[in-house]
Ligand binder design. Structure first.
Ligand code: GDG
Length: 458
């Protein structure tokens, strides 16, 4: 296989363990062979209308990082506008939250063209290019327009919506055509893959000459499901590190006589936070033996807050949590501990391990790595229980979790109660199976399988 070139919206230093799930996954692939990681620097240049495309290049061990700044205008239309104001909500089935502003698409195309132009100057003939996520769907088309003949793969981290939802995007036909400039497109689940095939065949007249292969616009495209995993060993070893043990001890002391329910995510409307808080209220109402005994700790780390749809969510959450604490709290017991801050990555495993039950209940999620991290951090002799939304991609693999419908707050409350009362033997059995599943399809399996599939195409 040639040199690996990863392109994603944001980059992270692959030598630092402080990065999040995706950064860790990509760093692992790049660290093995060495290679190039290309993306936006995270810097926004105020006052200039167009991005100058200047590259900041630095070496991080075996990996070369090449990052580009964006002008305010490009950032607002490409990143906030089309990527997170249109594609993110629509791909998570939230047409009601999409802002179909005509001006956004120009910035989205412009930034993809600029990425392509700058990346092209760094490419070598045998390089294998792996592009990530919804910000960069047209990147292969822009690279091809510049004469790039390298093999190019794409992985969609978020869900692929059904045909008619995708078709609500005014530029849906163009987006689909762009997918066909890749050689391989990967999705998280078989359900996402099916949605893609259905759209391509019904709306783009694609043929299906062989399993996993589509033909349209004069090109052959291969597509498959490649569920992303975590580095189970790395996460388990973090669990035994000083910071995680310290966090675990603090939580165990602080909640010695209480059951701890835990939610951890970026503050995002796809994660089902209000429904979860409502389910917790129902738990206290329907199963009053939890009063004074069960506490929900909810971490909602700040994310994309300049977008209006996120501000409403913050206020709703604060009001839901405040009213539970006001209605049920005692001087020595607060039912909900809500933190609008992030927890250091090295401390997270200690928090997971101290929890009796994890609530991972998104309304829609490509995969959800928190569910997998929670499993990896448990003590196999006394594991916590995972309550998981059936609408997270992870539910297709993690069948031994308690699967719930996040729209059904009463059903969720019943399942949380079942989780709290689950006997030790059943918790151990479920955990053992879940751990086996996340080990079998871990992050190494994920990138090896994707890259092997890309490398082996005829
Ligand atoms: C997208 C897709 C897909 C969260 N809070 C804190 C924190 N995190 C870390 C978690 C985990 C990562 O962020 C979140 O990953 P998820 O997979 O749960 O969700 P998204 O960010 O929406 O990611 C998703 C993923 O891409 C990968 O393909 O699974 O479906 O939406 O690693 O631990 N990390 C720290 N503090 C926090 O407070 N340090």
């Amino acid at each position: 296989m040639g040199r690996l070139v990863v392109v994603s919206n944001r980059l992270a230093d692959p030598r630092k363990a402080s990065a999040g799930g995706l950064a860790v996954a990509l760093a692992d692939a790049l660290n093995r062979t060495g290679g190039l990681w290309f993306g936006w620097s995270g810097n926004v240049i105020e006052g200039s209308t167009s991005s100058d495309g200047a590259l900041h290049i630095q070496q991080a061990g075996k990996v070369t990082l090449a990052a580009m700044d964006l002008s305010r205008q490009d950032h607002d239309s490409y990143y906030l506008g089309f990527s997170n104001g249109v594609l993110w909500p629509v791909f998570h089935y939230r047409l009601d939250l999409a802002h179909f502003e005509a001006g956004y698409i120009g910035g989205y195309r412009r930034v993809n063209q600029l990425f392509a132009r700058q990346l092209k100057t760094l490419l070598r003939p045998g390089d294998i290019i792996w592009v990530h996520d919804y910000h960069l769907i047209p990147l292969a088309a822009e690279l091809r327009a510049l004469g790039c003949q390298n093999r190019i793969g794409f992985f969609l981290h978020i869900p692929m919506p059904p045909q008619l939802i995708f078709a609500a995007i005014p530029q849906h036909a163009w987006l689909m055509k762009c997918f066909f400039d890749y050689d391989l497109v990967g999705f998280q689940t078989e359900a996402d893959l099916l949605h893609f095939f259905r759209y391509a065949m019904a709306e783009a007249g694609a043929e299906n000459p062989a399993p996993g292969c589509l033909k349209a616009y004069g090109r052959h495209l291969h597509a498959g499901a490649f569920p992303i995993g975590i580095d189970v060993d790395e996460f388990a070893s973090l669990t035994h590190g000083r910071e995680a043990r310290d966090m675990y001890e603090r939580m165990r002391q602080g909640y010695a006589r209480r059951n701890l329910l835990l939610g951890v995510e970026r503050l995002d409307y796809s994660k089902g936070l209000p429904q979860r808080i409502k389910a917790f209220r129902q738990l206290l109402l329907r199963y009053p033996e939890n009063l004074g005994k069960t506490t929900l700790v909810q971490i909602a780390s700040p994310s994309r807050e300049v977008l209006g749809s996120y501000n409403g969510l913050l206020q709703e959450l604060e009001s839901l949590c405040g009213s539970i604490n006001g209605d049920y709290g005692e001087l020595d017991w607060m039912p909900v501990r809500y933190m609008h801050r992030s927890v250091a990555r090295k401390r997270l495993p200690g928090l997971y391990r101290a929890a009796r039950v994890a609530l991972v209940t998104p309304l829609r999620d490509g995969m959800n790595l928190v569910a997998k991290e929670f499993i990896a951090a448990q003590d196999p002799a006394d594991p916590g229980v995972l309550v998981l939304s059936r609408f997270a991609g992870a539910a297709a693999q993690l069948k031994e979790a308690l699967l719930v419908n996040p729209y059904d707050v009463h059903g969720m409350a019943d399942n949380i109660e079942t989780a709290l009362r689950m006997p030790l033997a059943e918790r151990q059995q479920r955990h053992q199976k879940l751990l086996g599943r996340i080990r079998e399809q871990d992050v190494h399996w994920w990138h090896e399988r994707f890259l092997a599939a890309l490398d082996n195409l005829h």
